[in-house]
Design a protein around this ligand. Structure first.
Ligand code: NAD
Length: 469
């Protein structure tokens, strides 16, 4: 069988073969895990130009330099971190634990076992990273894997599938390409763990399908990530950092700042500073190779519809930069949408594109209350220099992760878990957390020759006078 699959029937039979191979292999050595990770690293190093060009073509304009930085180097960072820390995570001796006093002489230990085969479904917005970063965790834990790239980035999926087909035994790693029907079939397979990165709506359906075989899931979902700007913040620097974050991948990032809460008296200063900073980064729109395209017409129309509705409902829109642009290129200026009504579509749905809502506040406690009335966000950002306020925000909100005085950065921590909470997802990967997520943690108890329970009077018949004391 090839490592590039094109039908669910092929996948079903490959999974049966992988299951057999897992059972025959037993515990996977550190060397084998390292070799698998290294093979993915080599693939990325050798194929990075074709992969970056394919992502550029899939988006209709996504600078290959950005593809290299985000998807190739981002994935390499996870893979190299896993390769270099494998030894700490997979000690040759299992972790000893201490049996209770009534089991004197017994031994017990905890084993981190590979689960078997991990299925990984990725998104179009980071078409390599959402597959290969979880793969680093899956391989570090000794698993086999099957990847399902997004059909919205088909050229990238093809280049990746071809490269994997040329380098991997399908018993270790395979790829299946196809559309929504393949995604649905994939989610219903008897994997030993399933990682899904994507929207909350599809995530619910994926979890339902996975439950058929009681497959444990890691759901890396989306949502609206709020930004709280304090009165104590350096407003120009906060705006500059937000312009950098919001411009990344054309705003098409799961943890992209979505809604900014700014003190009412600092509103105009923020809008001016953001516009200036964004326009410096991206002085032109049409033909600007640095500005990442909105991925397709469907998403372009979705964003237009949200913006038009917000304007109809009375919101003010400020474009950065305020220049002419051509819709056919799918490049849009960043739109600041100021104080849209809470009922508008842009306030209800994840923006996931070149727009940013700006809301004003007087009391930051009301902002915290408003955030808590919505779904738990994937990321939350606080800009400010007031320790008490920072503590209030951190202790009274729940989100997947937090960055203070910048945006996006917590997701780059290889040594810290990345994941959502509530509607933004469940489970984690990155670093050791990825290793643990994709391992089965098994406790082993080895009884002593002599059974101490008899000595302690713990076996029936219970003698009179036996008390809890
Ligand atoms: P999506 O949910 O439409 O698709 C994700 C994957 O599911 C793709 O592989 C797709 O082929 C498949 N799919 C689509 N519809 C399906 C269906 N009905 N049944 C089965 N499979 C289906 O998401 P997207 O548009 O590719 O990505 C954008 C979303 O992903 C945003 O919400 C974003 O916030 C989120 N995201 C989250 C993270 C994270 O790490 N938390 C990272 C990137 C993107």
């Amino acid at each position: 069988m090839r490592a590039h699959l094109q039908s669910i029937e092929q996948l079903t039979s490959l999974l049966a073969e992988q299951r057999q191979a897992t059972d025959q292999q037993g515990m996977v050595s550190e060397d084998v895990r390292r070799q698998r990770i290294q093979a993915v690293i080599d693939l990325l190093v050798d194929e990075h130009e074709d992969l970056s060009a394919a992502m550029d073509a899939d988006f209709g304009g996504r600078h290959p330099g950005y593809g290299l930085m985000n998807d190739v180097l981002g994935s390499l960072s996870s893979l190299k971190y896993a390769r270099d820390h494998l030894h700490e995570w997979t000690p040759s001796q299992p972790r000893q634990v201490f049996p209770p006093y009534d089991q004197l002489g017994a031994q017990a230990w905890v084993q981190y076992q590979p689960k078997g085969t991990v299925g990984i479904m990725g998104t179009w917005n980071a078409p390599l990273f959402t597959l290969l970063s979880p793969l680093a965790g899956a391989f570090s834990a000794g698993n086999r894997a099957v990847l399902k790239p997004s059909e919205i980035t088909p050229r990238t999926a093809e280049v990746l599938a071809k490269a994997i087909d040329a380098r991997f035994d399908p018993l270790e790693l395979a790829v299946i390409t196809g559309g929504v029907d393949v995604g649905q079939g994939f989610a219903g397979q008897p994997f030993n763990h399933l990682v899904f990165t994507g929207s909350t709506v599809v995530g619910r359906d994926i979890m339902r399908r996975a439950s058929e075989h009681l497959v444990p899931v890691t759901l890396e979902l989306g949502g609206k990530s709020p930004v709280l700007i304090s009165r104590t913040a350096d407003i120009a620097e906060a705006a500059r950092r937000l312009a950098v974050a919001k411009g990344t991948n054309g705003g098409q990032i799961c943890i992209s700042p979505d809604t900014v809460y700014v003190p009412v008296e600092l509103r105009d200063a923020f809008i001016q500073a953001f516009s200036r900073a964004f326009s410096q980064l991206y002085p032109q729109v049409s033909d600007n190779p640095d500005l990442v395209c909105v991925v397709n017409d469907h998403h372009m129309q979705r964003i237009d519809a949200c913006l038009n509705e917000a304007v109809e409902l009375g919101a003010q829109v400020v474009r950065c930069p305020d220049v002419e642009f051509s819709l056919t290129q799918r490049k849009r200026p960043m739109s600041l949408v100021i104080n849209p009504p809470r009922t508008s579509r842009i306030m209800r749905e994840e923006i996931f594109g070149p727009a940013l809502v700006v809301l004003t506040y007087s009391d930051i406690r009301h902002v915290v209350e408003e955030i808590n009335q919505g779904e738990r966000p994937l990321a939350l950002y606080y800009f400010g220099n007031d320790d008490a306020e920072q503590t209030l925000v951190l202790s009274h909100t729940l989100s997947g992760g937090v960055t203070i005085n910048d945006a996006l950065m917590h997701a780059a921590m290889e040594d810290a878990p990345f994941g959502g909470v509530g509607a933004s997802g469940m489970g984690h990967y990155h670093g050791r957390e990825g290793f643990v997520e994709f391992s089965h943690v098994r406790t082993v108890f080895k009884a002593p020759e002599f059974d101490p329970r008899a000595e302690w009077g713990m076996l029936a018949p219970y003698h009179e006078g036996f008390t809890a004391a």
